[in-house]
Ligand binder design. Structure first.
Ligand code: 6PG
Length: 464
């Protein structure tokens, strides 16, 4: 009796994923150096066909061929070292699946390396955290299609389902799966930033307490903002710290950490020449948050002397509407980056499919993804989500609130970097005429860099 599926890395994500696979009827074996973790796997999986081992040889020998081996180990060197450990033991045609948040260039390199050894490699984004891994993640696979078809039935069984449709689809060649996962995370950063700004407005602007904020988020989750992130946010506001009996949210230090996927999104957007400024803001805000001591020093230095009254009245509904606007804009940015990367790297991505598999299981799942999916179903070549007429309607009914909130935030010194960036993106995107003629004139004036003219083709230099 050989096992259908092998998994390396029995941390909480790995253990939950393999339990999910086994519960769906695929016999599975886990590999880990930790006896403890194997024991835990066997205990939790006692009702399933599941085993665990510390031995590479036992692990490899007990898998049916072509072997399907998924790595859920930290991104970076651990992936390379597992590949090197397994290579002498594998047969041609075996499939290694990297399910971590690997950098897409690393995936590209590993794909080519393993291809030369006749081993198949899939770079697969898995989203949904530890609960998603256990009960249904969103899965974003890339690599060669034949290899995907061999793992398809397992992935479709374990993935989250929306209207009975599994949240997994073959996305494209080589690193496409990890690229799509990176963009997912960039959007995740932006949505989290925008939500945290709404929280700041509610507590600093409207002076709401945690109970009231919980109720507001709960109401929002019943509307167009319905999403996983709004849902967990509402629950966060009701949790108490057992040690102090304070609200948990109030005992958490305001320094946000990051593992790097949001930064990769911004860095690569710059390389591609794509504007994702809401995502950039989210990364920058995590960075500035880490300078807590300097922030406190500056707060004391610039303490507001007189309490100013705002020239503008805002309502909680305006905050909701500005969040709707921001959510749409950050998806528009992420999807436009995907389009650019798909052209540059010939991924041939299908955006409707991507929105479809993001509807469930993943961290950015949201009701509005159905609208985005419809938009790309109507027009697969849509250059930007903002060109869809249904999206235009939604933007038009929320933008005025977003503008009011922005004015209020500036007058009241509440930093809304994500929302301001979203408005700035939108206004720039829909400005047929930007002042970049002046930038071109300056470049030509100091460096003879030349410019194009509006009335005839060619490049010109002027003796300024
Ligand atoms: C997911 C998450 C997951 C992870 C993030 C956290 O889709 O399940 O995105 O991959 O929680 O990478 O990222 P940061 O540590 O950078 O916030």
């Amino acid at each position: 009796m050989k096992f259908d599926f092998g998994l390396v890395g029995l941390g909480v994500m790995g253990r939950n994923f393999i339990l999910n696979v086994a519960e769906n009827g695929f016999s599975s074996i886990g590999l880990s150096s930790s006896e403890e973790k194997i024991k835990l796997l066997k205990e939790e999986g006692k009702n399933f066909d599941i085993d665990g081992t510390q031995s590479d040889i036992v692990f490899i020998d007990s898998l049916s061929t072509p072997r399907k081996i998924m790595l859920l180990v930290p991104a970076g060197n651990p992936v390379d070292s597992m590949i090197d450990r397994f290579l002498p033991l594998l047969d041609h045609g075996d499939i290694i699946i990297d399910g971590g948040n690997s950098y897409f260039d690393d995936t590209e390199r590993r794909f080519k390396y393993l291809e030369s050894k006749k081993i198949n490699f899939l770079g697969v984004g898995v989203s949904g955290g530890s609960k998603g891994a256990r009960y249904g993640p969103s899965i974003m696979p890339g690599g060669n299609k034949e290899s995907y078809l061999k793992i398809k039935s397992i992935f479709e069984s374990v993935a989250a389902k929306v209207d009975n449709v599994p949240c997994v689809a073959y996305l494209g060649k080589s690193s496409s799966g990890h690229y799509v996962k990176m963009i997912h995370n960039g959007i995740e950063y932006a949505m989290m930033q925008l939500i945290s700004e709404s929280y700041d407005l509610l507590r600093r602007g409207f002076k709401k307490d945690n109970d009231e904020i919980q109720k507001i988020f709960s109401k929002w989750n019943d509307g167009i903002l319905n999403s996983y992130l709004i849902e967990i946010t509402k629950d966060i506001f009701s949790k108490k710290d057992m040690e102090t009996d304070n609200y948990m949210i109030d005992v958490i230090l305001d320094k946000a950490k990051q593992k790097g996927t949001g930064k990769w999104t911004s860095q690569n957007a710059m390389d591609l020449g794509i504007n994702v400024q809401t995502i950039d803001s989210a990364v920058s805000m995590r960075i500035i948050s880490s300078f807590k001591d300097q922030r406190i020093k500056a707060e004391n230095l610039y303490k507001t002397q007189n309490h100013k009254t705002s020239s503008i009245n805002i309502t909680v509904e305006d905050v909701e509407k500005s969040l709707i606007f921001g959510f749409i804009v950050c998806f528009a940015q992420g999807l436009s980056q995907l389009q650019s990367a798909s052209n540059e790297k010939s991924y041939n991505l299908n955006y409707s499919e991507i929105c479809k598999i993001w509807r469930g299981g993943c961290i950015i799942r949201a009701k509005m993804l159905q609208d985005f999916m419809n938009a790309f179903n109507l027009n697969a070549e849509l250059e930007n989500l903002l060109f869809d007429l249904n999206i235009k309607e939604i933007i038009n009914s929320n933008i005025e609130s977003a503008r009011k909130i922005s004015i209020y935030s500036i007058e009241n010194e509440i930093p809304l970097s994500g929302l301001l960036s979203s408005i700035s993106y939108f206004d720039s995107f829909k400005s047929g005429n930007l002042p970049m003629n002046l930038v071109q004139a300056q470049r030509d004036c100091f460096g003879e860099h030349t410019f194009e003219r509006i009335d005839k083709k060619g490049t010109y230099h002027f003796e300024w």
